[in-house]
Design a protein around this ligand. Structure first.
Ligand code: CA
Length: 243
């Protein structure tokens, strides 16, 4: 799954240059020429990362940043601000508003890529890589293959995306609504119960003799991917009595 980057930049030549180079680096890219368009595109599909120019028509970069932070689906969206030289004070304000990093124009593509990778790695460790693993589960995002304990696991596209998302945040509990937003997209109308159906299929596909169920159901809260020896310390919630 290619990380989706939304570029918000009114300077057309710069926007095109960024788009061209980021696509070449393996990212999926969209461009918004102003702040309003940025908000529209971001609500259609939450990007994995936003590159946001400071000075924009219609809505300023800082206002876009503030609005994104106030929405559930984009609250944690990584944002790299682009600022012109001499906007030092504003840069600080940008970081206050919730930008994750900033880069001063003019910059080289190498510098930008390094920042993009660093931000993605820091915020979502799984996104920067072609393969992901957690406990005895491995995902190959390029070949679209999943293995558990070395054995092939066959998943439908939705289960694959669901597992990919859960593996990016092991041990974290997600509500059904959060999973819907992240995996199906917030613009799609899907019943919340649909999540249960796909979690059920994923759980069944990952089931192997002698191996524990890696998906934890947290009553009235949601689901988490969690294995005893899988990684970070497990929160001691009651998994035995969960469905
Ligand atoms: Ca500008």
């Amino acid at each position: 799954m290619k990380p989706y980057v939304l570029i918000v930049e009114d300077e057309e030549s710069l926007a095109q240059l960024l788009e061209y180079n980021l696509e070449k680096e393996g990212y999926r890219v969209a461009v918004a020429p102003d702040g309003e368009e940025a908000m529209t595109l971001a609500s259609e599909e939450a990007p994995d990362l936003m590159i946001l120019d400071w000075m924009l028509p219609k809505l300023s970069g800082i206002e876009v940043c503030r609005r994104l932070r106030n929405r559930q689906a984009t609250r944690n969206l990584p944002i790299i601000m682009l600022t012109a030289r001499g906007e030092e004070a504003e840069r600080v304000r940008g970081l206050d508003t919730g930008a994750d990093d900033y880069i001063v124009k003019p910059f080289s593509m190498g510098e930008l890529f390094a920042r993009v990778r660093a931000v993605l790695r820091r915020i979502r460790p799984g996104l920067a890589d072609d393969t992901l693993s957690y406990g005895d589960i491995q995902i190959d995002r390029v070949a679209h293959r999943v293995k558990r304990n070395g054995d092939e696991v066959h998943l439908g596209p939705t289960e694959f995306r669901l597992l990919d998302y859960l593996m990016q945040h092991p041990s974290r509990v997600f509500s059904r609504e959060q999973l819907l937003d992240a995996v199906w997209g917030s613009d799609v109308y899907v019943e919340v119960r649909t999540v249960d159906v796909h979690i059920g299929r994923l759980r069944k596909a990952l089931k192997m003799p002698g191996l524990p169920d890696p998906i934890r159901t947290v009553r009235s809260a949601g689901y988490a991917l969690e294995m005893k020896n899988g990684g970070s310390g497990s929160s001691e919630e009651d998994s035995a009595s969960a469905a």
